[in-house]
Design a protein around this ligand. Sequence first.
Ligand code: HMG
Ligand code: MG
Length: 302
Amino acid sequence: MSIPSKVKIVDVGPRDGLQNEKAPVPAAVKIELVHRLQDAGLTEIEVTSFVSPKWVPQMADAAEVMAGITRKPGVRYSVLTPNMKGFEAAVLSKPDEIVVFAAASEAFSQRNINCSIEESIERFRPVTEAALARGIRVRGAISCAVGCPYEGEVAPERVEMVARLLKSIGVQHMGVADTIGVGTPIKVQRAMEATLRHYDIEDVSGHFHDTYGQALGNTLICLQMGIWNYDTSSAGLGGCPYAKGATGNVATEDVVYMLQGMGIDTGIDLDKLIDAGKFISDYLDRKPNSRAATALLNKRLN
Ligand code: HMG
Ligand code: MG
């Protein structure tokens, strides 16, 4: 399989990136981040999640954020929906895509969404049916696809099982997530191969947290497999409240820099992307968690 000439990036910064922030980030700031990302050329943005505000207080303003976005034609806005209650709230905000999120680890499923893997599939079934009936795309995520904070290493067979179950209820696209960033290239390749038994290559994406600095290596091996969809987070923001110690997704800036260097088209303006990452980092009063952004921002000073 040859390396793809084009890559599609979903920036999950407004959702995965901000969900773990302790201090509330105003809806206006989240909306401005979305606007800056779309101005930078992102065509897929994971905006927010319709989850319980008791579980993830930072996402309590989901409806307000969705309502505040000035939508740009050609951009797909997605939101997480863990159950029918979340879906019913989400649908009012007219998402282009919803995301159902399962786990390859039983313990993580319990901690994250308070039910077993099997129960989660049964919750996602009506959500998926209702979304498809309304012409809303359904993406899935498999958390802990290589490692779990509670169970340790996760076998590819578990990933294969969850991919099969999500496919059987009609989920159209599958994100393979290294939630805690412990994966290394061959392990990630095995998790991808397990997913590819049920999904075509264009319907599989990589979602790599960069806790151990492995995310670019993991992205590269997936590119070599022909996978061309990736979730990344501007300024490397983020972490999951139910995965202690895990840091953010790989920075969008780092991935775009690598892809540009490889001659792979992303449609993203790296300079504007860096401005978007700087905007949110400035708001959070920290430096962007991206080596490429740091280097390019330093270069601007010279
Ligand atoms: P539960 O407590 O079992 O829910 O939570 P329940 O059905 O028993 O309901 C309890 C209360 O929650 C009720 O309210 C419901 O109405 C309310 P009360 O009567 O007590 O006032 N409720 C809701 N409220 C708002 N929106 C909803 C909703 N559902 C119920 N959708 C639940 C189950 C799934 C809701 C909860 O566990 C939850 O919200 N979990 C979300 C956790 C989360 O967002 N985690 C982070 C996202 S996943 C992630 O980051 C991983 C990913 O990036 C990939 C990767 O890296 O691995 C995707
Ligand atoms: Mg994540």
